[in-house]
Write a protein that binds this ligand. Sequence first.
Ligand code: CP3
Length: 354
Amino acid sequence: MTQTLSKAADNPASPLLLRALKGEVTDRVPFWLMRQAGRYLPEYRALRAEAGSFLKLCYTPDMASEVTLQPMRRFGMDAAIIFSDILVVPHGLGRHLTFAEGEGPRLDPVRTVADILSLRVENIAAHVQPLCQALTQTRAALNPAQALIGFVGAPWTVACYMVDGRGGDFPRARQMAAEAPDVFAKLIEVITDASIISLKAQIAAGADAVQIFDSWAGLCQPVDIARFVIEPTQKITAAIKETYADTPVIGFPRHAAAHYHSYAAQTGIHALGIDQNADMAMAAKTLPASLCLQGNLDPEVLLAGGPRLRAEALRILETCHARPHVFNLGHGVIKETPPDHVAELAALIKGYQR
Ligand code: CP3
């Protein structure tokens, strides 16, 4: 008999990750790593070379599912995150997208009201079909104790890429937010609607939890945080809760520790992703006891390995010992990271009992 996820918090058979996300202080701390699938793994590089392009990997369900499972086979994380990208949403909205070798993403920039009016939210459901197929296949391949995470980029972060057309410090997006806030708000609204469609489809296809990546939240002006970061995230979280009340939502407002309290209180997220620049001890002491904290090992410490890796990982585990915690990095795995360091970290976390 299958149990509903509403029972997850008191159901020992439910994946550990879901129990922690729902506020349980679990005996063992569940873990996964942002960018756990990717270029630091030789098997990823091999399949990436065979595919020829990053987008081909993302849009071919067999390949996306295989890449998602690669780190699970090696390290047995408590969750897999589906292999895709936050820029699949703007691509689905009709923007041209490329990933040039060694250059990062390029999008045709959104600069005018006409550009925003040309975005096609109605195309998103069809556009995320390969992602959904990859989720269904991956869910079937995972062990029942392992959770599967779906994701989107937060509207602010996705808007930054859409307006500037590339990564960096997003001068044009910040200018639009400051000088044409109502135009920028319209773009945020379109991305919010598209994100809701994508996440609901991902959950229907097999995602057990979802993460909203706001990697560039720290670039939003403090006066605009409520309008461009918190409100859109709240809207997405509320829409998920309305249809999938039992699916936990993880928010990751990177470099925005000054706003953790209002973000956590106002968005309705179940878990807060803490980046390595934030003080985990302060977060653990001051944020609501039922809120799950996720993080926050510095990816550079994982890259370096050695005694400092063990000491830092233990310090984070100890800091969060009395509250719901999911161990993760403060940002993604760096591509030069030796896989042995990840194996050592995995063994340390799995062996830690609180
Ligand atoms: O975490 C995972 O393992 C799941 C897959 C995943 C990718 N991107 C794969 C990827 C996830 C969750 C993302 C999210 C993402 N994408 C974010 C938010 C998280 C963060 O890192 O801040 C952002 C900002 C993007 C946009 C993006 N995609 C950039 C800026 C780049 C280029 C930078 C780089 O590292 O090269 C990508 C490309 C990308 N996304 C790669 C991977 C594995 C590398 C592409 C390759 O294989 O050539």
